[in-house]
Write a protein that binds this ligand. Structure first.
Ligand code: UDP
Length: 383
């Protein structure tokens, strides 16, 4: 294939890359080359049918789409229909199940109480650590809101298992991803719009990348072919930012996940899509049971599939989570300065921005890059 005939090149076919490619192909009517290292499109959102059960499985962990951003919701609904799934999580502590994130039921059950919503603030003020006026990290934020006992039970060891660093080194913003509910509402997300694409995530990516102007190259490492691309092409890169600059200032730290799959001879193993395991003695962080993500489908009643999730360090080859510690953020700012000096190259997405984005935030970034940076310069690129 004549790679240097493309004026627009997208590296990575996750949400960032696929949305930008779709915009360029359909709004500018220009040809786009999408380069993907893996043997499939969709990045970590990728889903596939398990051949022995027919159950739609998320290969890289359960992904629930949720947003309150109307522009993003309208955009994505042009490609797929979402089901009515609402995410709920339970956490298993000392052989007992608790609702999670923490709500009134969790507090009542943990302390063996029967508090009413209007009594909760007063009770929490007796357990939370009131000496922390300005929480500066994950641990301080958790202690100042929940106190030692709840922090130790549900957060401290889980967070250590997931990130393998002291929760004091993580920013408070990671803790703030989770709500604290003063009522019995069990929904994991507050967002106005939620669900899973009825046809699975891969259908979404197939449709995003369906335009005749888009060429997808799977199993292709951008760094192995970049010399063959058009020198002055418009490049949208959604891989790790440190890799783009040949790690010249050093490597950013990442976490990755490993999943152990089991097929079990029961209809329903755990009664919920995700159960967390916050105790240090259990080596995995969560168990996923994907049959629950599609209540609208009629799956087999004879077996089910589960995935045990383990978190481990990553060398940059299969990164999932950026670790927003102070030292990583410092390194990131050096790479960001280099990125700002480039013209016609845009580095973004969870890996490119080194940010713990949710799916809707990534789509928002992709739409912004297209509208603010690519569209106004369209006359610079031909081919
Ligand atoms: N967390 C925890 N206990 C749990 C679930 C989450 O301590 O049972 C912490 C953990 O540090 C995690 C953060 O809260 O990284 C945010 O959780 P979220 O569910 O957003 O993580 P994700 O689903 O993105 O892995």
């Amino acid at each position: 294939m004549n790679l240097d005939s493309f004026s627009y090149v997208v590296v990575g076919s996750g949400l960032l890359g696929s949305v930008v490619a779709e915009r360029i192909a359909t709004q500018l009517d220009r040809r786009v080359l999408v380069i993907e290292k893996r043997d499939h499109i969709g990045g970590n959102c990728y889903s596939e049918e398990d051949p022995s059960t027919g159950i739609e499985c998320h290969r890289y962990g359960t992904h629930i789409f949720h947003t309150s951003n109307e522009q993003v919701w309208k955009y994505i609904n042009r490609f797929v229909t979402f089901n009515a799934y609402r995410h709920q999580v339970l956490t298993s502590y000392k052989d007992k199940m608790y609702q999670f994130p923490i709500n009134l039921e969790t507090i009542n059950s943990f302390y063996n109480l029967n508090l009413k919503p209007y009594q909760l603030d007063e009770f929490m003020s007796t357990v939370r650590d009131r000496s922390i006026a300005h929480p500066a990290n994950f641990e301080e934020q958790a202690l100042s809101l929940l106190g030692q006992e709840l922090y130790e039970a549900f957060f401290k060891h889980y967070t250590f298992k997931q990130w393998q660093i002291d929760p004091k080194e993580l920013p408070a913003s990671v803790f703030n991803r989770l709500p604290f509910r003063k009522n019995y509402v069990e929904n994991y997300f507050f967002d106005q719009w939620q669900g899973i694409p009825e046809g699975g995530y891969t259908q979404l990516f197939t449709r995003l990348l369906a335009d005749k102007n888009i060429t997808v190259l799977l199993n292709t490492d951008y760094f192995a072919i970049r010399d063959r691309l058009k020198k002055d092409c418009c490049l949208i890169y959604s891989g790790p930012i440190d890799r783009f600059f040949d790690y010249q200032f050093g490597k950013l730290a990442w976490r990755t996940l490993r999943f152990e799959k089991e097929i079990l001879p029961v209809e329903d193993y755990q009664g919920n899509a995700v159960i967390n395991y916050p105790e240090p003695a259990v080596p995995y962080t969560r168990i996923h049971e994907p049959r629950h993500l599609h209540p609208e489908r009629n799956y087999t009643r004879e077996k089910t599939v589960i995935f045990k999730e383990y978190s481990l360090p990553d060398d940059g080859n299969d990164p999932f989570y950026p670790i927003a510690s102070a030292s990583n953020n410092l390194l990131l700012s050096s790479y960001k300065k280099l990125a700002e000096q480039l013209s016609g190259t845009f580095i973004s997405g969870r890996l490119g921005d080194y940010k713990y984005y949710d799916m809707d935030q990534t789509i928002q970034r992709a739409l912004e890059i297209f509208e603010l940076s690519i569209l106004p310069k369209k006359d610079l690129y031909h081919g």
